[in-house]
Design a protein around this ligand. Structure first.
Ligand SMILES: Nc1ncnc2c1ncn2[C@@H]1O[C@H](COP(=O)(O)OP(=O)(O)OP(=O)(O)O)[C@@H](O)[C@H]1O
Ligand SMILES: [Mg+2]
Length: 334
């Protein structure tokens, strides 16, 4: 239902999209993940006919977004990154207006508006002007508006950013219901958990390019399990500690010589931690600190993109983008 090929969009020197290829089969959810500025919104804007690419092609529901934007619009729903609701209308009036614009008819528009207000727990506030709504309420109303016409293809740009946990769960339920009825969804998110919960397929992008692609499980396997972090007392301790960690950890051990901080991914959690401690105890190495933690969203972005959110100026930091594996520079980890 969605297919892009070699999408490029430049703003001056910045390549917002740099050859993006996506395929989303009917009735599935694609999670488009990436740090700030990765190009997620740019991709959504092109696919929803709001922006033309410099080169490449894109089809939605079998129609070309550049040649047939009007037809594409008949088949899609969009909830943009910034809530677009009319401040002076009430929540009900906003949704009713969208229904009318989609030619649902008077009765159906009203019924649908009440139904969605109910679903997003806005029924009590439904008859108040939306200028009195909180940020999360506006966001929920905007999401409701995207669902009014039960579109075939739905684009949701960070649908749950700013929502409380309960509203997030409501949103996830609404998205799942739509997909059960045959809709196809592309959603962008900063939350690994959200992609994990919803997406059949996840594409991670950075600098406008795909850097990893797979199911949530496949990506997690790529990231490894928990992280062991230790801090040793002396610079002369580092080498021995590194070799002990290297025997027990997956992949490479990250070392920061200055802070004498060593980090390794492990599969086996506390039992590996105990073994590390036992082996270090049998040496002269002094341990200042030790810890075990689960991979966080920061780890996901660090591992896959080599940075969290900011542009990285150091050329080495980006790692090997071809394989989606990045070499993490220690200065960025600590
Ligand atoms: N209208 C514009 N003019 C100039 N640069 C732009 C414009 N729109 C986007 N960009 C740049 O293109 C890049 C991609 O932006 P985009 O909004 O697609 O990122 P994003 O992945 O949606 O980020 P976020 O997570 O912050 O929403 C950024 O470097 C951004 O500064
Ligand atoms: Mg964005």
């Amino acid at each position: 239902m969605i297919r892009t090929s070699g999408l490029v969009k430049r703003y001056g020197d910045v390549a917002a999209l740099d050859g993006l290829d996506l395929v989303v089969p009917k009735g599935t959810i694609l999670g488009l993940l990436g740090p700030n500025g990765a190009g997620k919104t740019t991709a959504v804007r092109i696919l929803t006919t709001l922006l033309e690419p410099d080169s490449g092609s894109a089809e939605v529901a079998g129609m070309d977004v550049i040649a047939d934007p009007d037809q594409v619009r008949e088949h899609i729903g969009l909830s943009g990154q910034n809530a677009a609701v009319d401040e002076h209308l009430t929540g009900f009036e906003n949704l009713d207006m969208v229904g009318r614009l989609y030619h649902l008819g008077k009765t159906k528009s009203r019924d649908r508006a009440r139904e969605l207000l109910d679903l997003f727990e806005l029924d009590e506030a439904g008859d108040r002007p939306t200028k009195t709504y909180s940020g999360g309420m506006r966001r929920r109303l905007d999401l409701a508006a995207a669902l009014v016409a039960a579109p075939e293809v739905l684009f949701l740009d960070e649908p749950t950013t700013g929502l409380d946990p309960r509203s997030r769960v409501v949103m996830w339920g609404a998205i799942r219901d739509l997909v059960k009825d045959g809709a196809t969804v592309l959603l962008t998110t900063q939350y690994m958990e959200e992609a994990d919960q919803l997406a059949d397929d996840i594409v991670v992008i950075d600098h406008g390019k795909m850097i990893a692609h797979g199911t949530a499980d496949e990506l997690k396997t790529q990231l490894g399990g928990e992280r062991i972090e230790i801090v040793v007392g002396q610079p002369s301790d580092i080498e021995l500690a590194r070799s002990i960690l290297a025997e027990l950890c997956l992949g490479e051990v990250q070392v920061n010589e200055q802070s004498r901080h060593l980090t390794g991914a492990v599969d086996g959690g506390t039992s590996v931690l105990q073994e590390v401690l036992r082996r270090i105890d049998a040496t002269d190495v002094t341990l200042l600190d030790v810890g075990l933690r689960r991979p966080t969203l920061d780890d996901v972005f660090l591992t896959l993109t080599g940075h969290i959110a900011e542009e990285t100026t150091d050329e080495d930091a980006g790692g090997d983008h071809e394989t989606g594996r990045a070499l993490i520079k220690e200065e960025e980890v600590v």
